[in-house]
Write a protein that binds this ligand. Structure first.
Ligand code: NDP
Length: 398
């Protein structure tokens, strides 16, 4: 049992606060801190109404390490769960090192002025966390996060080697807007408009953005959907940590409406990440666009339908070929009923809470910086079933 500090009161941070409040035997005290305190207070009111628990709130600028360290020293949490933006990862890791507290996030660091995400910046903290006897868990959302744990679970229980991995991320939900992103718009658009990349026989192969697609028939009446190849951060650690991987790719569904708007916005320069001068002021177009789009945290009541995210794997066990799909199906409206959020925030926030639980219960507590597949998947998988993200293992023929 211990205290937890959650940083970031957006769509995902709100789910984490609600889910931590559902486990008082693990999270004895919760402090939610973010750039805007009013957002923290609104989440705290919802947590109180839904669970009866009171959580504390604070204002913090996570770009300011001394301010973060002061907040951490004052509250003395056992772990900091970072649900701000990837730009803040290194600052929050620095503050954790300075104050001697464990760290967890859901997205890897990327520099503000370059749409490039890589683990190298955070892996460079390995020695400092190890020497300090602290744990940093990277990417404890759904993808990255649960997808890494699904792979580790399959590797542990079902395969001697996994040779081919396709991570399939299907959002079959509809929010009714012509264009909106279901997590932070700036991060979402930077990810989707980047060049595609996949792993094939020991090297990375690049593709033009959204130029490769395929169809897959999803379970639970979701049906056949078109998916596009993207580069996604968990591929970088999985090809390093899983035995015998020959090909690893990541695929995501997008509606035609989303793609049409994205193309037009790109063509007119609205997705640019570099500053432009406008009437004597410097404006970053993608940040301005983010301010115009619906707040992902507000999509909960409007989003209907399901998500299905899973890992399609091929490999060998005892000399025989084997194929399987491990996946979760999540219903947007069920999430809204439970915590007031849509399923993208929910499927990210629940694993972040469970990662925090693994730390506080000592199950994943070891010195160093870890990606999720490096840790024992079993206790995490057990808690997914318990806290709203049940999973299914489907062994496939042929
Ligand atoms: P939001 O934009 O909704 O929320 C981000 C929150 O962080 C906001 O409350 C924002 O404050 C706060 N914040 C931003 N900058 C600072 C700062 N300098 N100091 C303090 N607080 C700050 O994003 P989401 O909730 O959609 O996403 C949160 C994280 O989850 C992102 O890193 C995203 O990439 C990741 N993610 C991971 C997924 C996965 O499966 N692994 C899937 C989806 C998201 P304010 O409210 O004032 O703007």
């Amino acid at each position: 049992m211990g205290k937890v500090l959650i940083i970031g009161a957006g769509g995902v941070g709100s789910v984490v606060a609600h889910k931590c409040a559902q486990a008082p035997e693990v999270f004895s005290d919760i402090l939610l801190a973010s750039r805007s305190k009013d957002k923290c207070d609104a989440v705290a009111a919802s947590v109180k109404a839904r669970t009866g628990r009171t959580i504390a709130t604070a204002k913090v600028d996570a770009d300011n390490v001394p301010e973060l360290s002061k907040l951490i020293r004052g509250f003395k949490p056992a772990a900091v769960l970072n649900l701000a933006l990837p730009y803040q990862d290194l600052n929050i890791m620095d503050a954790c090192l300075e104050t001697g507290v464990d760290y967890l996030d859901t997205a890897n660091y990327e520099p503000l002025d370059e749409a490039k995400f890589e683990y190298k910046w955070q892996w460079a903290y390995q020695d400092r966390f190890r020497e300090a006897g602290l744990t940093a868990i990277l990417g404890s959302g759904f993808d990255p996060g649960v997808t890494n744990v699904f792979c580790a679970y399959a590797q542990k229980h079902y395969f001697d080697e996994i040779h081919v991995l396709d991570i399939l991320d299907c959002n079959a939900g509809d929010h009714g807007y012509p264009f909106a992103t279901n997590f932070n718009p700036e991060i979402n658009i930077r990810e989707v408009t980047a060049r595609g990349r996949y792993w094939e026989r020991g090297e990375w192969v690049e593709t033009d953005p959204l130029s490769w697609s395929m169809h897959y028939t999803f379970p639970d009446n979701i049906g056949k959907k078109k998916l596009y190849l993207l580069y996604h951060e968990e591929l970088e650690s999985l090809v390093k940590n899983l035995k015998g991987m020959r090909r690893a790719r990541f695929w995501m569904t997008f509606s035609d409406n989303y793609l049409k708007h994205l193309e037009v916005l790109g063509n007119v320069g609205m997705t640019r990440i570099d500053p432009v001068e406008y009437q004597g002021r410097s404006i970053v177009p993608i940040q301005f666009l983010g301010a115009l789009l619906p707040d992902p945290a507000s999509l909960g009541p409007r989003t209907k339908g399901k998500t299905c995210i899973g890992c399609l794997m091929q490999g060998v066990k005892d000399g025989k070929p084997k194929r399987m799909f491990i996946y979760n199906v999540c219903d947007h409206q069920e999430c809204y009923k439970e915590v007031g959020s849509q399923a993208i925030s929910y499927t990210t926030g629940v694993p972040a809470m469970i990662g925090g639980m693994m730390l506080l219960q000592g199950l994943w507590k070891k010195p160093g910086v870890f990606n999720m597949e490096e840790l024992d998947p079993d206790p995490f998988m057990e808690q997914l079933n318990r806290y709203g993200l049940p999973w299914i293992v489907n062994t496939l023929e042929g």
